[in-house]
Design a protein around this ligand. Sequence first.
Ligand code: MG
Ligand code: MG
Length: 255
Amino acid sequence: MVKPKTEEEIELLRENAILVSKTLAEVGKVVAPGVTTKRLNEVAETFIRDNGAIPNFLGYEGFPAALCLSVNDVVVHGFPSDYVLKEGDIVSVDCGTLYKGYNGDSAYTFPVGEVDAETRKLLDVTKASLYKGIEKAVDGNRTGDIGHAVQTYAESFGFSVVRELEGHGLGKDMHEDPGVPNYGRAGHGARLVDGMTICIEPMINAGTRGVYLARNGWAVHTADHKKSAHFELTVVVRKGKAEQLSTYDFIENVQ
Ligand code: MG
Ligand code: MG
């Protein structure tokens, strides 16, 4: 049984969630053709540290950077590099903070310049599938209700759901119980209780759902090398309606 957070803990998680949300917006301001993914990482790390927090991904199980930056067919866990973003790419930016002993963790996939219609649809559907999942993050439901909602929505557009990776609880540790899969059966899985804080993070592929791990042991690629999108928000399970801690409002105000 997962212990719900106290209201004091939720406030600390909220501070982290807001900082992560603002960091994603700072990164979004510089995403453009001609920019390296290394530059995006520098922008985020500087912003996080200027706000008195630590980038919690850096050094996590040996991860070498502040951000996971995953371009096109990379689903998650890409390293920042000298790769120069080009018109029509997409880049998933996954960001985390450690502040006052608690963690933040959210992600957004940005289009680079103009993207084709199919790619735009992949981004829109993946983000919308996250909100479908959030609608189910209410007291008395189960994790399978979230996964089922995400999967049903994404698959109705002909996209596929990555199953090897999932959302998670968030608190003093970046990955806590319960696991929150993006697929599943309604009414199954761990029970959701008022005060639980979870990250919901659909990873949706344009093509087949299969993935493989790159030789560096980190980057997860789509098996067919078609694009993949990733959106992640942190929410508090509540009675009747989930409470969002992180938000895309800062991003949507700068774009
Ligand atoms: Mg994340
Ligand atoms: Mg996460």
